[in-house]
Design a protein around this ligand. Structure first.
Ligand SMILES: Nc1ncnc2c1ncn2[C@@H]1O[C@H](COP(=O)(O)OP(=O)(O)O)[C@@H](O)[C@H]1O
Ligand SMILES: CC(C)(COP(=O)(O)O)[C@@H](O)C(=O)NCCC(=O)O
Ligand SMILES: [K+]
Length: 256
C-alpha cells in the first residue's frame, strides 16, 4: 500500500491508497520541527482508531515546505523501511516535464495537481487550488504544467486585514447575503468573498484569452465549494485532486 503525503504551508495530509481507493485521510498542521517519532505516534493512533488494516510498502511526498522533508524521510525509512519518492527531486520522474523558465522551482503541489487533473480530464485545464496561497496551475494539451498564477490565500487576506487594521476583527470566510455590508463583519466578509470571486473569474478569463485552446477549470482545496456557491467558477470540484496526482506520479515511477 502507498502512503501519500501532501505537505502544504498550513496543513499536512496523509492518505493511504490500496491501489483502488483511499482507505483514510489524516490531517495535521504543518510544523517543520515535528520528528519522525511524533509523526508515527500520531499516524498509528489514528490508523488504530479507524481500525484499518494497513501494510505500507511505499511512500510518496509532495512538500511546499522544504524543511519538513528530512523528518518525513526518516519517518518512511524508520517505520516502513522504504525510501520515499519526493516530488521535485531528480529521482522522481513526472509523466510530462513542465515547461517553465529554466531554474524555476515550481511548487511540487502544483506539479502534482497538474498530473492528477490531466489524468482525470485530459489537457487544456486550469486548476484553482485554495491553499495557504490560491494557485492557478495551467495544464497544456499534452499534460505539461506550463505556468500559472500565485495569489494571496483567502485566510491570509483575512489575517492581513486583521493584523494591519486595529478595528478589524479576526473572522472566518462565509458567503455574505449582500454585497453592501451594514456592519464591519459583513463588510469584511463581502470584500473577501466577492473579491475572491472576482479574482478567480478575472484571472481565468485572462488565462483563457492567452491560451490557444478552450479550457476547463478544476477547483480544489477546502474552500473551493464555498466559492462555488457564489458563482459558477468551476466545471468540476475535486477535493482529492492532489492525492490523486500523487498516486499517478507514484504509478508512473513504478512502471517497468
Ligand atoms: N473546508 C474548509 N473550511 C474553511 N477553511 C478551510 C477549509 N479547508 C481549509 N481551510 C483553510 O484554508 C487554509 C488553507 O488550508 P490548506 O488547504 O490545508 O492549505 P495548504 O495546502 O497550503 O496547507 C487554512 O487556513 C485552512 O484552515
Ligand atoms: C505557491 C505555493 C506557496 C502554494 O503553496 P500552498 O498554498 O499549497 O501551501 C507553493 O506552490 C510554492 O511554494 N511554490 C513555489 C513557487 C512556484 O510554484 O512557482
Ligand atoms: K496545497
Amino acid at each position: 500500500m502507498l502512503l501519500a503525503i501532501d505537505c502544504g504551508n498550513t496543513n499536512t495530509v496523509f492518505s493511504i491508497w490500496n491501489g483502488t481507493e483511499f482507505l483514510c485521510t489524516l490531517r495535521t498542521s504543518t510544523h517543520h520541527a515535528r520528528t519522525a517519532d511524533a509523526y508515527f505516534t500520531w499516524y498509528s493512533t489514528l490508523v488504530k482508531h479507524y481500525g484499518i488494516d494497513v501494510d505500507i510498502t511505499d511512500v510518496i511526498i509532495s512538500s511546499t515546505v522544504p524543511r519538513v522533508v528530512f523528518n518525513l524521510r526518516v519517518f518512511a525509512d524508520r517505520f516502513f523501511g522504504c525510501r520515499p519518492l519526493v516530488v521535485g527531486k531528480p529521482e522522481c520522474d513526472l509523466p510530462v516535464e513542465p515547461r517553465v523558465d529554466e531554474g524555476t522551482q515550481v511548487g511540487p503541489d502544483r506539479l502534482v495537481n497538474a498530473a492528477g487533473a490531466y489524468d482525470r480530464h485530459g489537457g487544456d485545464l486550469i486548476v484553482v487550488d485554495f491553499g495557504t496561497a490560491t494557485t492557478f496551475d495551467v495544464v497544456a494539451g499534452d499534460g505539461a504544467y506550463i505556468g500559472g498564477v500565485i495569489a494571496p490565500g483567502v485566510n491570509l487576506s483575512l489575517e492581513a486585514l486583521h493584523t494591519a487594521a486595529a478595528a478589524l476583527p479576526h473572522i472566518d470566510v462565509t458567503m455574505p447575503q449582500h454585497v453592501i455590508g451594514k456592519n464591519t463583519l459583513d463588510c469584511m466578509q463581502s470584500g473577501v468573498f466577492w473579491g475572491y470571486i472576482g479574482l478567480v473569474n478575472g484571472i481565468c478569463e485572462r488565462i483563457r484569452a492567452e491560451h490557444d485552446a478552450p479550457m476547463r477549470i478544476v477547483g480544489t482545496g477546502g474552500l473551493a465549494p464555498l466559492f462555488a456557491q457564489g458563482d459558477a467558477l468551476f466545471d468540476v470540484i475535486e477535493d482529492d485532486l492532489t492525492m490523486h496526482g500523487l498516486t499517478v506520479i507514484h504509478a508512473h515511477n513504478s512502471k517497468g
